[in-house]
Design a protein around this ligand. Structure first.
Ligand SMILES: [Cu+2]
Length: 148
């Protein structure tokens, strides 16, 4: 696909801003720059809507909160793939009704789980890939962390 600005890119940037706005290829480019990310966002939001409990789309600067509860060997929310931007801080809070050990593979971060007491695992997701989070005693899958 050819850039709408194409060969006219140089003259366009030499014009004043109002003249630039009146320049049709520039409008096309502007529309593309605004609409495509918006559509992409809509797709991402739609894809994760059925996932973790209404979490916002990950922002690389924010903290990705992941909260998991285990009761009678049932994991809530059910294990999903959680998308995280590389470099983002992740905070996982796990509450189990029995003693266990929560573990994030690859990052090798873990926390002892005491019955009924929330345990927190925090780290910066600085390696890309797909990582399993699970418990060791009950051998439950908690979620998958997709870092990219
Ligand atoms: Cu493990």
């Amino acid at each position: 696909m050819r850039s709408p600005l194409g060969r006219s890119a140089r003259p366009a940037f030499a014009l004043s801003f109002p003249a630039l706005l009146a320049h049709r290829p520039f409008i096309g480019l502007l529309r593309r720059l605004v609409l495509v990310p918006l559509l992409g966002l809509a797709v991402v939001t739609g894809a994760t809507a059925c996932g973790s409990s209404g979490a916002d789309a990950p922002a690389p600067t924010g903290v990705k909160e992941i909260t998991v509860t285990i009761a009678a060997r049932k994991v809530t929310p059910p294990p999903v793939r959680v998308d995280v931007a590389k470099g983002q801080k992740v905070r996982i809070t796990v509450t189990s009704d029995v003693a266990d050990f929560a573990h994030v593979h690859g990052y090798d971060k873990g926390a002892e789980l005491k019955p009924g007491t929330p345990a927190t695992i925090e780290f910066v997701a600085d390696q890309s890939g797909l990582f399993e989070a699970e418990t060791h005693d009950q051998e439950l899958q908690l979620f998958q962390l997709l870092v990219r």
